[in-house]
Design a protein around this ligand. Structure first.
Ligand code: HEM
Length: 507
């Protein structure tokens, strides 16, 4: 009895001591947050929701209501100016819209990607996700090594060679739309273009035929779930600790695993082909295998993981953003008959009745390029990027002590009146070849060394799909379609751009 009493009293004392330690640690942390506030509070920014959590309760409220976080940034930037402070716990994020600072920071290799966000994308809820792949690598040397090896798969010479696949996959969409037009059923354009871009990336990057317009596949859903999980994981610190979120978290981990095991299978098949001396394409998969080290089987576990990181990176980065751009573009054209007529006329003049679109044709579709650029101004499907700044800096005349993160949102700059007059007006003439070029306020593909590797790939693919669509079909939005945006980290049209489709006089 006495012994158990003694043990219980020790446990109670130990607990009390732990509680005391916890309290001291908490007090220390609060003092640290106070210090951070004093260091940065001279920089304009909205009032904090909470001393500890800073502005994150606003983000969580917006996420719950399915609102777009970048709209809050836009409102704050309009109110507080080109350097706007945000607090999240002890982290300081500056939303920067000042073009000079944007140029200085994004164009320089000196400022690494924001560790807090990109390190989190290494895994999702404990399951490795993008790891140290090209998008998330923040160590400059490691990133540079991969990027150098990957570059040839995006050279203009190599991209020209992809025109056949772009045409062939877009043609499958045209056949599908032909059935839809004949049967007078509705076309969910977002879903359809998603199938095309996933088909294209699987074929040209990994040499695999998915043919998603005919076959069902778990991949589109898996990508969607990973992105949704990613948004919660990054924006809500406590999401993973709430028991009610367990089923969803398991779904996210399962989706991640599916993508990685698929990658492992496809990489294994390719390596076997390489070892057998078979003729393999010099595609993204070959470069991924090279970038991880050796082509033989003597790769380390970490090499294997890096290959899978890049597999998932290209599977997602190479598909979703382009599909969303296409869907937004169709949505805006359906809304603006005058612009639709003008771009259709250009396609008729350049392509006529031709079925196979050539690389040179793309260069002549100038107004279509403007339409696609304007689409990404209002709807930058990958809306932002961020960099860590370790040293003191003066931004727009304000002294900012080092140790903060700079957030650049193309969504915000694209919708600021001071950069683009009447910003919500869809006006492709803003990108007329003779119009002044936007000065560091339009960067849907980011800028500088960490800019999108697939920009030309994406815009070639988008042009081929749009040119064929405009050549063959009239389309209009069905009643009930909204023009709302869904923010899942990337941006997509909420209603899916459901259209009715009719044949044009194309034979
Ligand atoms: C409309 C389509 C696309 C948009 C709007 C877009 C946008 C972006 C943006 C904003 C970044 C910077 C991300 C960051 O800083 O976190 C990025 C990076 C990247 N994108 Fe894209 N992207 C598109 C299509 C593609 C395609 C088709 C591919 C590949 C086939 C691709 C591959 C990449 C890669 C590998 C990176 C990382 C580059 C690096 O850090 O070296 N993207 N993209």
């Amino acid at each position: 009895m006495a012994v158990s009493y003694l043990i219980l009293s020790w446990i109670a004392q130990a607990l009390l001591f732990l509680l005391f330690l916890g309290f001291i640690a908490f007090l220390g942390y609060c003092l640290y947050i106070k210090h951070i506030h004093m260091k940065y509070d001279h920089i304009p920014g909205p009032p904090r929701d909470s001393f500890i959590f800073g502005h994150s309760p606003t983000f969580l409220r917006m996420m719950k209501k399915d609102e777009i976080i970048h709209d809050a940034f836009l409102e704050w930037v309009e109110k507080y100016g080109p350097v706007c402070r945000i607090n999240v716990l002890h982290y300081i994020v500056m939303i920067v819209t000042c073009p000079e600072a944007t140029k200085e920071i994004l164009m320089s290799p000196k400022y690494p990607k924001d560790k807090m966000v990109y390190e989190k994308l290494f895994n999702l809820f404990g399951q490795r996700f993008l790891g140290y792949g090209l998008v998330t690598a923040y160590d400059h040397e490691k990133w540079y090594k991969q990027r150098r090896i990957m570059d040839p798969a995006f050279s203009s010479l190599y991209l020209r060679g992809l025109m056949g696949t772009f045409n062939e996959r877009a043609e499958k969409l045209m056949n599908k739309l032909s059935d839809i037009a004949d049967n007078k059923t509705e076309a969910n354009m977002l879903q359809l273009v998603n199938c095309v871009t996933l088909d294209v990336i699987a074929k040209v990057a990994f040499g695999v035929d998915l043919d998603l317009l005919k076959n069902s596949s778990p991949f589109p859903k898996a990508i969607e779930i990973c992105l949704k999980g990613m948004t919660h994981y990054i924006r809500d610190f406590f999401f993973q600790y709430k028991p009610k979120n367990r089923p969803f978290i398991n779904e996210v981990k399962e989706a991640c695993r599916l993508l990685r095991t698929t990658g492992a299978q496809w990489i294994h098949q390719r390596k076997t082909a390489m070892q057998n001396g078979d003729d393999v394409p010099k595609d993204i998969l070959t470069q991924i295998i090279k970038s991880a080290g050796k082509e033989e089987s003597m790769t380390t576990q970490e090499d294997e993981e890096l290959m899978l990181d890049n597999f998932v990176t290209f599977f997602i980065a190479g598909q979703e953003t382009t599909a969303n751009q296409l869907a937004f573009c169709i949505m805006e054209l359906a809304r603006h008959p005058d612009i639709l007529e003008k771009v259709t006329k250009e396609v008729d003049d350049v392509i006529g009745m031709k079925q196979e679109i050539s690389y040179d044709d793309l260069g002549q579709l100038i107004y279509l390029s403007q339409v696609l650029k304007e689409t990404l101004r209002i709807y930058p499907t990958a809306p932002g990027t961020s960099r860590d700044v370790l040293e003191d800096m003066v931004i727009d005349g304000i002294h900012v002590p080092g140790g903060f993160t700079c957030m650049f949102s193309s969504y915000v700059t694209g919708r600021l009146d001071k950069f683009f007059k009447d910003p919500l007006k869809f006006d492709p003439d803003r990108f007329h070849p003779d119009a002044p070029k936007p000065y560091y306020c339009y960067y849907p593909f980011a800028l500088g060394p960490r800019a999108c590797l697939g920009q030309n790939f994406a815009q070639m693919e988008a042009k081929v799909v749009m040119a064929k669509l405009l050549q063959r079909y009239d389309f209009s939005l069905l009643p009930g379609q909204t023009f709302d945006i869904l923010d899942t980290g990337t941006l997509r049209p909420k209603s899916g751009v459901v259209c009715s489709v009719r044949h044009r006089n194309y034979k």
